[in-house]
Design a protein around this ligand. Structure first.
Ligand SMILES: [Zn+2]
Length: 260
């Protein structure tokens, strides 16, 4: 077996040629500056690449990823990224994006302890233990994990909002919007979970995260997810066999056609 990865260099050449063929000025523009409008704080999971999920080219989104898209206020890595993105790149949007079925979040539900990952996930683990009875009451292991993935997104958005970096940006009137999203690997679609925060007042007006666990008020995202799941199970044959549906492909429901 070869110890070199020549085929990756070959793929790189093909990619660079393809980009240049489609857009001769692409790499020249990239070399001059980067001016992304978005900072993506996501999971390291190889199936959730920010640029691909958003259909964006290099240069369009600034990215930080770690296991389970955690925001630790003692993590110099993420704080440096956040500071550079907010203070220097002047991004307008910070997106914390988790994903359903996250293996990192799953560890927070596990009984075994002792790995470095357990230290990393400690805030989420503590949240789970605090609300264990309620979360464990959710029927189905996958559903419990998915709910914890959603809670984790909201936790981390709040942690971003609590950093002096974001507070200072808001205090000086810099437009900066925080978002909580979640990605579903099974259909490739993003869901907007919230919260949406654009000021210190909005952050301070949020109900406590404990309250959100007890009383998840996410009717839009839950409804949208349910509709997506239903539509995903439909096929054109079923739609065509329904007397109330128009027999054409354009009549097939799509998630983007769903009401918000
Ligand atoms: Zn993950």
């Amino acid at each position: 077996m070869s110890r070199t990865l020549d085929y990756l260099f070959d793929q790189n050449v093909e990619w660079a040629h393809r980009k240049t063929r489609l857009d001769p000025g692409f790499f020249r523009r990239m070399a001059e500056q980067q001016a992304p409008r978005f900072l993506w704080l996501g999971c390291s999971d190889s199936r959730v690449p920010a640029n691909d999920v958003l259909g964006m080219d290099p240069g369009e989104i600034f990215v930080h990823r770690n296991i389970a898209n955690m925001v630790h206020t003692s993590d110099m890595n993420i704080l440096s990224v956040l500071e550079f993105a907010v203070d220097h790149l002047q991004v307008e949007h910070v997106v914390v994006c988790g994903h359903y079925g996250c293996g990192g979040v799953q560890q927070a539900l596990a009984q075994t302890r002792g790995s470095m990952l357990d230290h990393w996930l400690q805030p989420l683990t503590m949240m789970y233990h605090k609300h264990r009875a309620r979360i464990n009451a959710i029927p189905g292991e996958a559903a419990r994990l998915d709910r914890l993935c959603e809670i984790n997104v909201e936790m981390q958005v709040r942690r971003v909002a609590a950093t002096p970096i974001v507070e200072n940006a808001w205090a000086r009137g810099q437009p900066l919007h925080l978002h909580g999203w979640i990605y579903a690997i099974h259909d490739g679609l993003l869901r907007d979970l919230g919260p949406h925060l654009s000021s210190i007042d909005e952050r301070d007006a949020l109900p406590s995260i404990d309250q959100r666990v007890v009383d998840p008020v996410e009717p839009v995202s839950a409804m949208r997810r349910q509709a997506m799941d239903v539509f995903a199970k439909l096929d054109l044959h079923e739609a065509a066999s329904c007397s109330c549906c128009i027999r054409s492909e354009s009549a097939s429901p799509t998630p983007s056609a769903l009401p918000d």
